[in-house]
Design a protein around this ligand. Structure first.
Ligand SMILES: [Zn+2]
Length: 279
């Protein structure tokens, strides 16, 4: 099956009311785990990398791997660039083969976020690349001083204005979701999601999916979320497996064990999101 665009995959998810997982990967085992899981579940899938993960894998070698794997897959696979902050990284990404990119201006003022997002949309759209932006702030990332970013909820009244002014194609929302490991039990604000949904018709994205309950996922997808970002749950599955098995296997076989654990975690997520048999 050919390489798909995230725009195409999410349009179908929106129309038929299911969610699609987005998974960050930095090596061959992760890519294989995700695509094997999607194929075995007959599910569309979105894979990619983020600016913060480029220390593990640069665009120059990971994007060709992604594109090649997508073209060989039996299900629709889109290649997306997650959280990006720097203009030069985004410009490189536009030439690297991503079908969609995320610009994260959520740490800036509303006006600056609008200005930068609109500028990037103006460059990306003519190149056939669609744009995900974030309004409000999904916390959880640690800065250089080791301080954890706090959540700022998405303002539903501003959301429509933001989409109109920027031309963004997908919107990442902050509704109680947090990146990484939840330090307090997650409390997803479904009424807020409902208000955002009323004001915004483009596909909505839930970051910080790892750690949410199956019911949280189902409620969010019912409430209008179509893309769910997952990373921590997958790498936690891998590391747990490696810790449990490290005395029994050599390095290469240990990689295969980690891949199997990530595959199983991805299958679990696909079943919860409802994208199985939607390919
Ligand atoms: Zn995120």
């Amino acid at each position: 099956m050919a390489l798909y665009l995230m725009k195409e995959i999410l349009a179908d998810a929106q129309k038929r009311g299911y969610g699609v997982g987005y998974y960050n990967g930095v090596n061959l085992e992760m890519i294989r785990a995700y695509i094997r899981a999607a194929e075995d579940c007959n599910s569309p899938i979105i894979i990619g990398i983020a600016e913060g993960l480029m220390k593990y894998a640069d665009f120059d070698w990971i994007v060709p791997l992604y594109v090649d794997a997508a073209q060989r897959a039996k299900v629709p696979v889109a290649v997306h660039l997650d959280h990006t902050y720097r203009f030069e990284v985004l410009m490189r990404a536009l030439r690297s083969g991503f079908g969609s990119v995320m610009y994260d201006g959520s740490s800036l003022s509303y006006e600056e976020n609008v200005k930068n997002s609109a500028e990037i949309a103006k460059i990306a759209h003519p190149m056939g690349v669609s744009l995900e932006c974030e309004l409000g702030k999904v916390g959880g990332f640690y800065n250089e001083e080791g301080i954890r970013g706090k959540n700022i909820s998405t303002d539903p009244a501003l959301a429509a204005d933001f989409i109109e002014k920027t031309g963004a194609d997908f919107l990442a929302v902050s509704i109680g979701n947090t990146h990484g490991v939840y330090t307090d039990p997650p409390a997803i604000d479904l009424p807020l999601l409902g208000e955002i949904r009323l004001n915004v018709k483009i596909p909505l994205v839930l970051h910080g999916g790892s750690g949410l309950s199956d019911d949280d996922f189902r409620n969010c997808i019912r409430g209008g979320i179509v893309k769910v970002n997952i990373y921590t749950d997958v790498i936690t599955a891998a590391i747990n497996k490696v810790r449990a098995e490290n005395s029994r296997f050599n390095y290469t076989d240990l990689n295969m064990q980690a891949e199997q654990a990530m595959y199983e975690e991805t299958v679990k997520k696909i079943r919860i999101f409802g994208s199985g048999n939607k390919a």
